[in-house]
Design a protein around this ligand. Structure first.
Ligand code: 6PG
Length: 244
């Protein structure tokens, strides 16, 4: 069995980030007047974000046309060190020409995680213009995702109800791993509404879960589809031998 899309392998984490950054710039360049990106949380994307925000790549990104979303969020204040919004603002958004109206953060401060999920879903529907996703008109131009050691992606954790959601675009999710705070996550149908999706996985500690995915184990990360292109960006440590 193989992974669920093309594999691009970098020598190491830095090389992986450069491959992903160049792929992303190319995908954005082929997009329309208004672009949308769903950002990944966790630690792996930091290098990619820093490369996009710095020359020589910074001037190749069509900043004025991009709207920024998150694939998932921890239900913590945006200045909390566990916040995916905080990570992306620090590594990417605070240093580039983007207006507040282009940043669609998950509103984590509402009364309940369900209320936050509903508000974020309404923001996405308002941006898209319809409440029914059309594969011919993906919601996102680029979706970035990581993979956890248990095979989760975004905040879709193995065995949790959020993985089985087929109609909502956003749900509240129980965490399967630390940080064990309530999560808000895009669902598989929303993640699938993408022109180009990239998984980023770096380091030897990801080799085992990638091998399980490649062997066909039904884990959330393996269920991710894209209306368009799906690429796995790995470094040699994560790929090991045979995760292709
Ligand atoms: C989160 C992330 C999560 C992440 C993976 C990989 O909020 O935790 O969205 O899905 O992408 O856990 O995280 P690392 O990149 O830190 O390994």
């Amino acid at each position: 069995m193989t992974l669920t899309g093309r594999v691009q392998t970098g020598r190491d984490a830095a090389d992986l980030a450069e491959l992903a950054a160049d792929w992303m710039i190319e995908r954005l360049a082929s997009g329309g007047e208004r672009l949308s990106v769903s950002l990944a949380g966790g630690s792996t994307p930091r290098r990619l974000y820093a490369l996009l925000a710095a020359e020589p790549r910074r001037s190749r990104v069509p900043w004025e046309r991009i709207h920024w979303f998150w694939g998932d969020e921890r239900v913590v204040p945006p200045d909390d060190e566990r916040s995916n919004e905080r990570m992306a603002r620090e590594a990417l958004l605070q240093g580039v020409p983007v207006t507040p109206s282009q940043i669609h953060a998950v509103p984590t401060g509402l009364a309940t995680p369900e209320a936050s999920a509903e508000a974020y879903q309404q923001d996405l529907i308002s941006f898209y213009g319809r409440s029914v996703l059309d594969p011919a008109r993906p919601l996102f131009d680029v979706v970035l995702l990581g993979i956890g050691p248990d095979g989760h992606t975004a905040s879709l954790f193995p065995g949790k109800p959020a993985v089985e959601e087929t109609s909502r675009w956003v749900v509240a999710s129980e965490p399967g791993l630390d940080p064990r705070v309530a999560r808000i996550t895009l669902t598989l149908p929303a993640l699938a509404s993408s022109r180009a999706t990239a998984f980023l996985a770096s380091g030897a500690d990801k080799h085992a879960i990638l091998a399980r995915i490649a062997a066909g184990e039904d884990l959330p990360a393996r269920r991710v589809r894209a209306d368009g292109d799906l690429v796995w960006f790995l470094d040699q440590a994560a790929e090991g031998d045979g995760n292709r």
